[in-house]
Design a protein around this ligand. Structure first.
Ligand code: CA2
Length: 145
């Protein structure tokens, strides 16, 4: 089972700034933890990680996932609240996708309460810091296996 894990803009800064909101782990530490968690869940899970600060690169990556991946986990970061292009890309490939957020976007500013991406996904996990990714993987795995 091949799962693509996409992280959007500024998440490459994790662990470097604003640890009080997003935690003190770096993105690569979160990716390592998720890789270990996947291995415990099922040895046959293969994860590929991708981070970009560019909307078009994320759209390209989702399009290229067609016929190459069984599922997608995505933290679209700020594009969650703005990107019809990423929402359309997810809908067009029809790959089972879960949206993830480190923070609880519903307890933050009003503009973070809307997600263009969530309606195209199986579900959304928000507010559990790095564990949001593990919960998303568990849910996606349950739907795919
Ligand atoms: O809670 C999340 O995971 C978010 O997707 C994070 C986004 C934010 O725009 C979403 O509303 C919720 C922001 C990511 C920025 O990451 C940074 C990490 C370290 C320092 C500064 C920004």
């Amino acid at each position: 089972m091949k799962i693509l894990v996409i992280n959007g803009p500024n998440l490459n800064m994790l662990g470097v700034r604003e640890p009080e909101i997003y935690g003190s782990l770096t993105l690569s530490e979160i990716e390592d933890e998720l890789r270990n968690y996947a291995k415990q869940l099922d040895e046959s899970i293969v994860l590929e990680f991708f981070q970009s600060n560019f909307e078009g690169e994320i759209v390209d990556k989702i399009q290229n996932a067609l016929n190459n991946f069984d599922g997608i986990i995505i933290n679209p970061a700020a594009y969650t609240h703005t990107s019809v292009a990423i929402a359309d890309a997810i809908a067009s490939v029809n790959i089972k996708t879960v949206e993830v957020h480190l923070s609880n976007i519903y307890s933050r500013e009003e503009f973070r309460h809307n997600s263009y991406i969530a309606p195209k996904c199986l579900g959304q996990v928000a507010g559990f810091s790095k564990d949001s990714y593990k919960m998303a993987l568990l849910g996606l795995y349950g739907m795919l296996k």
